[in-house]
Structure formats: C-alpha cells, structure tokens
Design a protein around this ligand. Structure first.
Ligand SMILES: CC(C)(COP(=O)(O)OP(=O)(O)OC[C@H]1O[C@@H](n2cnc3c(N)ncnc32)[C@H](O)[C@@H]1OP(=O)(O)O)[C@@H](O)C(=O)NCCC(=O)NCCS
Length: 336
C-alpha cells in the first residue's frame, strides 16, 4: 500500500468581476445583505463570448498544476473531474480535458457530488494510488454557475452566492505512509436531496421538450433551489462531525490542525467551524469574499491560494472539509 500526495496545484478564474453593487443593479439586493449573510463581496462570472467553459477553465487550472508539479502531461495516468455544471449533458468534461491536454488515452472519470465533489474526487484518486493502480492522477474541480442562475429578484437567495472558477491538483505516489493524504471520509443523506437541487432537465422529472411544451415563464424547475436555513443548520453539524471523524481516524486532536480549508459555502459557516475547533484566523483559509461559492472548484481554488501565499508548509496537518447538495459531505486529512 502506498499513500498519495499533492505535488502541484493550479487555479483559473474568469476576468469578469461582479461586485455586490453590480448585482443590486439587476435585482433587488444590496451589498450589506450579501456581506452580512455570506461574507461575499464579489464573484467571477464568465463573460459571454470569452470562450470560458467548465472544461476550458479546468484545463487552464490543470496546466498550471502540471507545470508546478514538474511532470509532463504524458506522466498522467488518470483524470478525475468534479463538477455540477458540465459543458454538455453527456459526456462529462473529463474526456474534454484528456483531449485538450493531448494526453494519451488514459481513463477520465466524472464526479457528480456538488460542493463535496472535490473531496470525493480526491478520495477516488487517493485510493487508486494507494492500491498501486495509478501513479499520477490529475484531479479537477470546475464550475460555470453564472450561465444557469436566475439573475432576477426571484432567484436572489441563490444567485448572489455562486461564482465561476476552477482548481486542480496533481496527486502522485508517496512511499512513506505517514505523509500525504492520510485518510478521506465520505457521507451522504439522500432524504434531503431536494433541499438544494436543480430538478430540470432530468429524465425522471422534466426533460427539455416538456419545458418547451409548457412554455411557462413562471417555471423555476430549471433554476437551482436552496432551502438556505435548512442547508446552513445541517452544514455546521456535518462539517464538525466529518472533521472530527478524520482527526480521530488518525489519532489526532483538534490542536493538531495547522490549516483548515473548508468548502467556501458561506463565511458564517466557516467562522462557526473555526470557533468550534478553537482555530485562529491564520489556521483557516477563506477566499469566498473574492469568488463566492464555486462548488467543486472552491476547495482546490482555496488550497491553491493558501499554498501560493505560503500558508501551507511541509509537515503541516491540513484538513479539507465540505458539505453540500445531496446532502453529501466529506473530509480529507493531509500531512503536507
Ligand atoms: C442563503 C442564506 C445566505 C440566506 O440567509 P437567511 O438569513 O437564511 O435569509 P432568508 O432566506 O431567511 O431570507 C431572509 C430575507 O432576505 C430576503 N433575501 C433573500 N435573498 C436576498 C438577497 N440576495 N438580497 C436581499 N434580500 C434577500 C428573503 O426574501 C427574506 O425576505 P423576507 O424576510 O421578507 O421573506 C443562508 O441561509 C445561507 O447561507 N445558507 C447556507 C447556504 C449554503 O451554504 N449553501 C451552499 C451549501 S454547499
């Protein structure tokens, strides 16, 4: 059995900055409400005509991660791509990355676990490496939310929160099993699937021809729905549980955490977890203020920036944790 470790990180965000004040010009909202409830000041939304898509943003983040890892694209044995906003209904963006990077015909797996997507993807990659099946795996989280949000007052409870962007990591084999990804922990609770959901188009709900036939402008089924307060209450409980689960599995106490990178759902959730675990501002990394919630991209985007800012060093215990639609949640404990 091997371990896996992260040897390269990359990110990409679209140029187009959308501030809270910009949003207040297109819907009934304001900077004070958004800042107080979520901590978000601005987000990136892909500009029409820019050519950015979920796959192309993932490719840009991947190129940076590959270069920083100091490997060649030809060393990559497998691709895992997490997103809830693929360019096409099928196939998923993993194969687009394989083609765009000109990588030989390695496998490409698409992960559909929303805000927990990157942790799930990391867990899959880690376990493929642990068993010895693959040596170098490219893991991507990328989202283009802005194209599918209801940007009117009707959708303001959701649309002000989400942003576009991508992050990527290169995982490689580590022979020392006290280093790298020590463990990952994954959970789901499908009874709450419809508390944070985009129902249509879906084969079991309403397909595109049903939507067109109804031609009903009040139809909200093809916009995301979120029961915000219910999601918030569940998130704070599950974040805490899954971080503790990860620590305990490795015989660690909360004092062992050098850096916590929570999924960037809401700054209030991150602050609640920070207080609960008695962590200082330097021990928790947040960039939701600049990017909003970028779902599967949020952890790799935050991890990349924390690393770029020199906040993660060799030997540190780094904890990643996420919660989101499904509900799904998970954590990863890493010895950097
Ligand atoms: C979404 C969230 C910020 C909303 O905050 P909240 O305090 O629960 O707010 P509510 O939904 O109860 O809405 C309060 C009021 O603000 C209004 N409102 C909603 N969005 C608004 C906006 N963007 N601007 C101004 N007012 C808004 C509502 O219409 C409501 O008005 P009313 O009282 O007249 O009916 C909060 O619930 C949250 O962060 N939840 C977790 C979300 C999350 O983490 N999601 C991702 C999980 S991965």
């Amino acid at each position: 059995m091997y371990n896996s470790k992260i040897i390269g990180l990359g990110k990409y965000v679209p140029d187009n900055v959308v501030t809270n004040d910009d949003l207040s010009k297109i819907m009934d909202t304001n900077d004070a409400w958004i800042t107080e409830r979520t901590g978000i000041k601005e987000r990136r939304w892909v500009k029409e005509g820019s050519g950015d898509t979920t796959a192309t943003m993932g490719v840009k983040a991947a190129k940076m991660a590959i270069e920083r890892a100091g490997i060649s694209k030809d060393d990559i044995d497998f691709i895992v791509f997490a997103t809830l906003s693929p360019d096409m209904y099928f196939p998923g963006p993993g194969v687009q990355v394989q083609h765009a990077l000109g990588i030989k015909t390695v496998g490409a797996l698409d992960v559909r676990n929303q805000c927990s997507g990157f942790i799930y993807a990391l867990s899959v990659a880690d376990n493929f490496i642990k068993t010895g099946m693959y040596k170098n795996i490219l893991v991507i989280g990328s989202e283009l939310h802005s194209h599918g949000l209801d940007k009117t007052t009707r959708g303001r409870g959701v649309s002000v929160i989400f942003g576009d962007g991508a992050g990527a990591a290169i995982l490689t084999r580590e022979e020392n099993n006290k280093k790298g990804i020590l463990s990952t922990h994954l959970h789901s609770q499908g009874e709450h699937a419809e508390e944070l959901v985009l129902k249509a188009p879906g084969m079991g709900t309403r397909w595109v021809n049903d939507i067109l036939a109804d031609n009903n402008e009040d139809d909200e089924s093809y916009f995301p729905y979120m029961n915000g307060q219910f999601v918030f209450k569940n998130a704070v409980v599950r974040f805490s549980e899954v971080i503790m689960e990860g620590l305990m599995a490795n015989g660690l106490q909360k004092e062992a955490i050098d850096m916590l990178i929570p999924h960037q759902a809401n700054l209030r959730i991150a602050q609640f977890i920070q207080n609960k675990f008695g962590l200082t501002n330097d021990q928790v990394f947040n960039n939701i203020q600049k990017y909003g919630n970028t779902t599967a991209a949020s952890i790799p985007l935050a991890l990349t920036e924390a690393w770029e800012e020199g906040k993660i060093n060799t030997g540190d215990t780094v904890v990643l944790a996420a919660f989101g639609s499904g509900f799904t949640w998970g954590s990863a404990i890493i010895k950097w």
